[in-house]
Write a protein that binds this ligand. Structure first.
Ligand SMILES: [Mg+2]
Length: 259
């Protein structure tokens, strides 16, 4: 998959639109190349499963498709890939039932830097095979925080985020949310927030397990547990934070404790 994606990345061809995918967005040539590469691998290895992805929606392969569900984002960071910005990933989450809480095994692979994050439920999270854990950064003044602000009623969102933004010195949004949640998991950053209600569950299912297994916090706005069906059309909002102390601050600033 890496070869197919990187050979197109940054080329004029990569961004050619090829119709609307199951998730409702225009599929770009580079997205389709990534997804086809994934299906080729599954076929070669004779894997029977149900694939849930942004582009195809839901596709059953082989004779026992309901024994294994693969929730995939074949390419996270499409715009980066089209422009040749070196921040993009493949994201794959495996489960025996089509719900986020049932994800048992996860992989997010940074294609450009050859860094792969993995997690198995109950067995921790790893970066290129080495055990990872989130940071212990306690305050917003020291933290590096990612926020996805794109395609939202920006006024409303900024109002909500303002108490937190006032205190936050280091803001980043790198353009591939799965990878940015993994950055919280290994302590590269301290939090990542996407409360637009726009992100697809296919984009974050793998990173969700990786952060939880690393020991970080990932919850719905309001602080509730995230549990949604694994479907191509399912959207999620979430707050991903490295540790309890920082989470308590963010929770207060975002007004989670208000009724
Ligand atoms: Mg994608």
């Amino acid at each position: 998959m890496r070869t197919e994606i990187l050979s197109l990345s940054g080329s004029g061809e990569a961004g050619v639109g090829l119709g609307v995918g199951a998730g409702g967005d225009v599929i770009k040539k580079i997205d389709l190349a990534a997804e086809m590469a994934l299906f080729d691998v599954l076929q070669e290895r004779n894997v029977s499963c149900t694939v849930i992805s942004e582009e195809t929606g839901r596709r059953e392969i082989g004779s026992q498709p309901t024994n294994l569900y693969l929730t995939v984002d074949p390419l996270d960071g499409t715009t980066n890939a089209i422009r040749g910005l070196p921040f993009m990933a493949v994201s794959i989450a495996a489960s025996r039932a089509p719900y986020l809480k049932d994800v048992e095994t996860a992989l997010v692979s940074d294609l450009f830097h050859e860094v792969t994050y993995t997690a198995e439920r109950g067995k921790g999270a790893h970066r290129n095979g080495e055990r990872i854990k989130p940071s212990s950064t306690p305050s917003l003044e020291e933290a590096v925080i990612g926020i996805d602000l794109k395609k939202f009623k920006i006024d409303k969102l900024v109002d909500l985020l303002m108490p937190m933004l006032r205190k936050t010195k280091h803001l980043r949004h790198l353009g591939a949310n799965a990878l940015e949640v993994c950055y919280v998991a290994d302590g590269t950053t301290d939090a990542f927030i996407d409360i637009r209600g726009k992100l697809r569950v296919t984009d974050m299912a793998a990173a969700y397990l990786i952060l939880r297994e690393a020991g970080g916090i990932i919850v719905a706005p309001g602080g509730n547990e995230l549990n949604v069906p694994l479907e191509a059309s399912q959207r999620v909002s979430f707050v991903a934070v490295a540790n309890t102390q920082l989470y308590e601050t963010i929770k207060k600033d975002l007004g989670f404790s208000k009724p």
